[in-house]
Design a binder for this molecule. Sequence first.
Ligand code: NAP
Length: 267
Amino acid sequence: MTIAILGAGKIGEALLAGLIYGGFDPADLMFTERYPTRAAQLTEQYGVRGVEVAEAGATADVIIVAVKPQDIDAVLADLRANVTGKTLVVSLCAGLPTALYERNLPDGTPVVRVMPNTPMLVGEAMSAISPGTHATDEHLQIVEDLLLTVGKVVRVPENQQDAVTALSGSGPAYFFFLVEAMIDAGILLGLPRTVAAELIIQSAVGSAKMLRESGEHPVALREAVTSPGGTTIAAIRELEVHGVRAAFLAAIEAAQLRSAELGKAHQ
Ligand SMILES: NC(=O)c1ccc[n+]([C@@H]2O[C@H](COP(=O)([O-])OP(=O)(O)OC[C@H]3O[C@@H](n4cnc5c(N)ncnc54)[C@H](OP(=O)(O)O)[C@@H]3O)[C@@H](O)[C@H]2O)c1
């Protein structure tokens, strides 16, 4: 199986690195890039060929589109004349529906839409995949196996992709925001910034590991550090008074609405 990644930017390069780390032969991989110097640097680093979009379309079994959504028209124009209806097209582009590819590519083209997130850069992505009209279970399995080299994968119907975008697509930003606010709190309490940052970042990593490895509900884990009359419950009361839970519900709902609004441009 030959795989071409169109657009080896942040996400495209992370996937390229993940595939090689996951055991794919660099000879079966190719990428496209606009800047020759960047292409040369990627070839030197990963031993993978840089090609034109037309060549990728004509020769790859799987095409992974990782350009910014605003660059999609040029890519589709180059692909249209070169792919057969058998090439599996995988879109990593936020907000672009499978129908856009199906309209612009040969009849019967199988398309799988993916919503990844930036922790793909450290092999810890959360990706949600959805089949287009012509994508079968076999196609989904291929995409799942590719993405498992850079993190976890769930399957969702395409109409849930706006919710996924709001939760895990934008999700890392909410955690970064929270960490930033907690470091500020450390500064308020008189700790040096480096110490506050170390305390909070390691607490975040440790808590994430406990969530994943214990399989416990977050409420149970929180209750375990919330002793009667203690410090944690004093802090929790303030979070509730300030409506933090309601703020998360409203914020994530706003992100879903915005994702749906952006997607309408491509319907
Ligand atoms: N970053 C995220 O948080 C995130 C999360 C989920 C999904 N995504 C999706 O992942 C995709 C890639 O995002 P990114 O952050 O990796 O963007 P990026 O770093 O800008 O990468 C896109 C790459 O594609 C190249 N490109 C554009 N048009 C091309 C063409 N016609 N032929 C060949 N290469 C072309 C760009 O080259 P130039 O440098 O010349 O522009 C750039 O290197 C986006 O569609 C985004 O919606 C991103």
